[in-house]
Design a protein around this ligand. Structure first.
Ligand SMILES: NC(=O)c1ccc[n+]([C@@H]2O[C@H](COP(=O)([O-])OP(=O)(O)OC[C@H]3O[C@@H](n4cnc5c(N)ncnc54)[C@H](OP(=O)(O)O)[C@@H]3O)[C@@H](O)[C@H]2O)c1
Ligand SMILES: [Zn+2]
Length: 337
């Protein structure tokens, strides 16, 4: 079977299609014919050699977390799915025995890691991580859901976002950014988002963004946000200088949730402002399998339509990463092996 592998950690040119041995499921596993697999910034970090998780000794490396497809074969002891089932994968890998696996939420598992391997014709996964996909949810749409939408959903819930709230999303045009805008709308909240591109902001406004700020200048953005209002929540996947900005603009008692570091791994926090204004800054990673179940339900009910930028055949996987790196498009990039 063919897979799009990272054979060099040099960016999009480091992706090649390779042949791999046929996969057979071990007990508890299922083999899935991959119909669609979305890519994430997480994969691009790896491809650019900017992830502690993969180095040149691990090559060729097949990434791909967000798998949708059809079960081809199941291993011993698997009863939750059977060949022919349409499924989407929750990419969480947890130990099942730590206090967070016992008491929840599972995404806090002390041994948390992620499934990689979906950028291939066939993927071998833990069967109990597969969710049934309703017939009216396409494979491409399903693949767009897991990482971006689970992460955004969990962040919004950690900030207790509800009807009438104002949510600030710096970088509103990518996977997590668009997911936040769309899910905030589902929760009855309104959003302020930023982008370096006016055209991309317009697209996100069509997807539900109320206030678009076309700027990358922190002072300009601060002023523009303050003219709109003091956000109840900041959903921050950029890190860097956007953390201080988020703290400055959010309301007294507001919450900023951070899940990423696209704009930098170091941020400053104004400590007196934090305690005197009763603000909360919390970290968050991924979501739970039950979050994914709810999200699939929202999509099936027509309440959420994940934004897809473009689909690519397996041999054009490098182009999908180049498009993500170029920052010219809105929505998820989905590879269709
Ligand atoms: N902890 C977790 O569980 C988790 C899960 C998912 C993602 N993440 C993290 O969240 C971040 C977003 O992931 P994603 O997959 O949504 O990425 P993505 O689709 O590539 O995000 C693109 C967005 O980031 C903005 N952006 C890109 N580079 C920027 C820069 N240098 N400065 C400011 N803004 C920049 C873009 O703004 P423009 O419109 O201006 O191009 C766009 O809005 C990543 O850091 C990722 O690792 C974490
Ligand atoms: Zn655990």
């Amino acid at each position: 079977m063919r897979a799009a592998a990272f054979t060099d950690l040099i960016g999009p040119d480091g992706v090649s299609v390779i042949d791999r041995e046929r996969l057979h499921p071990s007990p508890g596993e299922a083999v899935v014919d991959v119909a669609a697999c979305a890519i994430n910034r997480h994969d691009l970090w790896i491809l650019e050699g900017d992830s502690a998780m993969v180095d040149t000794d691990d090559l060729p490396f097949v990434t791909g977390l967000d798998v949708a497809g059809t079960v081809r074969d199941v291993g011993e002891g698997v009863s939750s799915v059977e060949p022919g089932d349409r499924v989407v994968l929750c990419p969480n890998k947890t130990c099942g025995s730590c206090r967070f696996c016992r008491e929840g939420p599972e995404n806090l598992c002390e041994n948390f890691s992620l499934y990689h391997g979906g950028l291939a014709e066939v993927a071998c996964v833990a069967a109990d991580r597969l969710l049934a996909l309703p017939d009216d949810v396409s494979m491409t749409t399903a693949a767009a859901i897991p990482t971006a939408y689970m992460t955004a959903f969990r962040m919004l819930r950690r900030a207790d976002v509800g009807p009438g709230d104002l949510v600030f999303v710096p970088g509103a045009t990518g996977g997590v950014g668009v997911a936040t805008v769309q899910l905030a709308a589902v929760l009855g909240a309104s959003t302020i988002g930023t982008s370096s591109s006016a055209a991309k902001l317009e697209c996100v406004q069509e997807l539900g963004l109320e206030h678009g700020i076309h700027s990358t200048d922190i002072d300009d953005i601060r002023e523009a946000v303050s003219e709109i209002g003091a956000p109840d929540a900041v959903i921050n996947h950029l890190g860097g200088e956007y953390t201080a900005l988020g703290q400055q603009v959010m309301r007294r008692g507001g919450t900023m949730v951070i899940c990423g570091r696209t704009a930098g791994s170091d941020s400053t926090i104004d400590v007196p402002d934090l305690f005197l204004e009763h603000k909360r800054i919390v970290g968050s990673t991924m979501g739970t399998q039950d979050d994914l179940r709810r999200l699939v339900g929202l999509v099936a009910a027509g309440d959420l339509e994940p934004a897809i930028s473009e689909t690519y055949p397996l041999e054009a996987t490098g182009e999908a990463f180049a498009a993500m790196a170029a920052r010219e498009r809105v929505g998820k990039f989905v590879v269709k092996p």
